[in-house]
Structure formats: structure tokens, C-alpha cells
Design a protein. Structure first.
Length: 239
């Protein structure tokens, strides 16, 4: 009888021991799962914060790019006053006369002289294929080389002001005809597109050649030529 009682007590203790271990295991498991969940949560939060920071950086880059983007203004220049002044010869300033122009294609530079003294200088952009040599034919995007004159001044709705160069001359016509092509024409010295009216983006327009063969200069520089040059002023364009 005593043996049975002892056996029962031992069995009960074993049951309580096993139950206690199971309980402790469950408690530990719950704590472990909680820690894992917390770690995962922290990881997700960290990832979200990281993604948010990356997004902010990317957004910042976009904003930065926008600040340097060029807003194209397609509204033409108002040329009414310009035309009125030009029709009466009122655009000329006698104290700013220029009697000779020299352009250097390789140097991307144009100079103006009065009585042999240099009084004007500007950086220039040329035709897209200016470095390939003298202009030969219509549509070759080259800037001509040689001795010409300024034959007309125009108030330009798209390019502000322009001075028409006497290309093609007789020699250009003969050479083009011998090659069976048309020499082209309407080569000018002109200003900037409307979106660069204030020369704010000269760093862009003067950093490459973009015309169809003309010589482009900043608006503030074309104004100096506009008020100083009369029709008939000679211009020499060197390679």
C-alpha cells in the first residue's frame, strides 16, 4: 500500500515537472517570438526610414535638376520699337561705331575694330559642322570662310537681332555650281533664342555649335554690334 502511494506521488511529481518544463518552454517561445517580431518590426521601420531617406535624396536630386533646367519660352520678341528705330536709322550710336569685323572660327571668337583699334570682342557659336571647313552647299551646316560685308540689319522675332552677311559671293556661287550643288545663303550674325533673352543660359548656348551656319553671340553683344554697325561694314571670317 505504501509502495503504491509512493509511486503515485512520484508520478504526480513527474507530471508536474513535465508540465512546468512545457510551461517554461512556452514562456520562452513567446518571449523569443516577441523578440523576433520586435526585431522584424525594428528592421521594417529601419527599412522604411532608409527608403524614405533615399526617396528624399532622389527627390532632392530632381529638385536640384529642376533648378538648373532650361524653361523654353516660345513667345517671340517684340520687334515693333526695333523696326521703327531701324527704319529711321535711330539705332546707330555714333560714339560706338565699328568699321570692321574679324571672326575666327577655330577660336570661336569675333572682334570689332574702329580706326584699326579693337573695340569689341565676343565668344561665338557656329554651324553644327563648322569644323569640317568652308561652307560648300545649302544644308551642310557649315559657316563660310572669306571676305564679306554686312548687307542688311533685321529685327528678328526669334533671334532678337541679326546682321546679314553677303554670302554667297560670286566665287561661292561658281564653286557650288562646279560641284552641282546650291550654295545656300542667309548667313547672319544673330542673337539668342527667346528663352535666353537675358543671356542667363549663355554657358549652354556658347558651349557648343548649334546654328545652321550662322554666327551666334549673346544678346548683350549683338546690341553692341547693332548700334555700331552700318550696312557695308566688311567682315573677314578665318578658319
Amino acid at each position: 500500500m505504501k509502495f503504491n502511494t509512493v509511486l503515485v506521488i512520484v508520478v504526480i511529481e513527474i507530471i508536474f515537472f513535465i508540465s512546468g518544463c512545457s510551461y517554461k518552454y512556452k514562456i520562452n517561445k513567446i518571449q523569443h517570438d516577441t523578440n523576433v517580431s520586435k526585431i522584424q518590426h525594428d528592421t521594417n521601420v529601419s527599412k522604411i526610414q532608409h527608403d524614405t531617406n533615399v526617396s528624399k535624396i532622389q527627390h532632392g536630386i530632381k529638385v536640384s535638376k529642376k533648378r538648373h533646367s532650361i524653361k523654353v519660352n516660345k513667345i517671340p520678341y517684340n520687334i515693333k520699337v526695333c523696326r521703327k528705330e531701324l527704319s529711321y536709322g535711330l539705332e546707330i550710336r555714333k560714339d560706338q561705331i565699328i568699321d570692321r569685323l574679324i571672326a575666327y572660327k577655330s577660336k570661336r571668337k569675333i572682334e570689332g575694330y574702329r580706326d584699326g583699334k579693337k573695340v569689341f570682342e565676343s565668344r561665338i557659336s557656329l554651324g553644327k559642322n563648322a569644323d569640317k571647313g568652308d561652307k560648300i552647299q545649302e544644308g551642310d551646316y557649315r559657316t563660310p570662310e572669306g571676305n564679306y560685308t554686312i548687307i542688311r540689319k533685321k529685327c528678328h522675332p526669334r533671334l532678337y537681332r541679326s546682321l546679314l552677311i553677303s554670302y554667297p559671293d560670286a566665287q561661292d556661287i561658281v564653286e557650288a555650281k562646279s560641284k552641282g550643288v546650291k550654295p545656300g545663303g542667309y548667313i547672319t550674325i544673330h542673337g539668342q533664342p527667346r528663352w535666353n533673352a537675358d543671356d542667363k543660359y549663355d554657358f549652354y548656348t556658347l558651349s557648343h555649335d548649334w546654328t545652321q551656319g550662322c554666327i551666334a553671340i549673346p544678346n548683350k553683344k549683338i546690341v553692341q554690334l547693332w548700334v555700331g554697325i552700318r550696312n557695308g561694314v566688311p567682315i573677314t571670317i578665318y578658319p
